[in-house]
Ligand binder design. Structure first.
Ligand SMILES: Nc1ncnc2c1ncn2[C@@H]1O[C@H](COP(=O)(O)OP(=O)(O)OP(=O)(O)O)[C@@H](O)[C@H]1O
Length: 257
């Protein structure tokens, strides 16, 4: 297993958020973390990314405890894209994506770094924005640039917090297809937080469904997205059927009325 999480428990002050999480993920897999608002998805992803300190339990990557990996090495192994990133001082799209190369750049930008950035801008159809400043982009365009920056890191593990929330349907599919191809082609482990469960079913090999900070169900999409699980976790009665591309889920009624 490439990523192993054992007994991860985390709290903000006395408030327990994650309870005894166990996860095992392989390279080349696309895994989604789903669950209702406040279930602990972002807290879990930040714990995986070593942004939050480990309080209890362990996280290991390629057999190594993350606490024993130097932060410069960790930056080459994993890339994390938050829901929203602060803009900071003004940078162009090109400069922002180039920041992803930082862990590899010692004395200056090489033609190799430039080639990687240019190929990502082209793959994500961002070339025409290369010289634009980040605050001159739409929310969706900015989200794609942040994904390009993460890919420029050439990580073994890509952690994306709701990468499609600001994107229209065409760009949602574009981004998810790019990351899925990357997982399959380059053997990267991709972990996504997704609220759109049909997209999660369509693009994930494995799904972790959280409820109140614990893993309620995990496995293949069709094993996790059952009407019984949806009712218990989301409090919504749903009809779920197999579709050409994954699963079709229709909310029948909320149980809170
Ligand atoms: N910095 C913080 N300090 C204290 N509590 C926090 C902090 N960040 C998050 N929380 C709390 O932790 C819980 C889990 O938050 P988290 O952001 O992990 O949930 P989530 O499942 O990602 O939610 P959403 O779907 O709404 O993004 C929430 O109750 C939230 O209020």
């Amino acid at each position: 297993m490439f990523l192993n999480i054992k007994g991860l428990t985390f709290g903000y002050r006395s408030n327990l958020i994650l309870r005894d999480i166990h996860m095992s993920l392989n390279q080349g897999e696309v895994a989604s973390i789903v669950g209702p608002n406040g279930a602990g998805k972002t807290t879990l992803l930040k714990s995986m990314a070593s942004i939050l300190p480990l309080q209890k339990g362990s996280v290991s990557i390629a057999g190594k405890d993350v606490r024993s990996i130097k932060s410069a090495d960790l930056a080459k192994m994993q890339a994390y894209v938050p829901q929203q990133a602060p803009l900071g001082f003004p940078l162009t799209v090109m400069e922002t994506v180039m920041l992803g190369r930082k862990p590899y750049i010692r004395w200056g930008v090489r033609t190799h770094d430039l080639a990687i950035v240019e190929s990502l801008l082209s793959e994500l159809h961002l070339n025409q924005y290369a010289e634009r400043y980040m605050d001159e982009l739409s929310g969706g365009e900015r989200q794609k640039v942040l994904i390009a920056r993460a890919l420029a890191q050439q990580p073994h593990m890509l952690l994306l917090d709701e990468p499609t929330s600001a994107l229209d349907i065409r760009h949602q599919l574009e981004v998810l297809e790019i990351v899925r191809n990357l997982a399959k082609r380059s053997g990267i482990l991709v972990v996504l937080i997704l609220h759109d469960l049909e997209l999660a079913a369509r693009y994930s090999d494995v799904v972790y469904m959280l409820k109140d900070g614990a893993v309620f169900a995990s496995g293949k999409p069709q094993e996790v997205f059952t009407a019984a699980n949806m009712e218990k976790v989301y409090g919504v009665r749903m009809e779920i059927e197999a579709a050409t591309y994954g699963l079709k889920m229709t909310a029948v009624e909320s149980l809170y009325r």
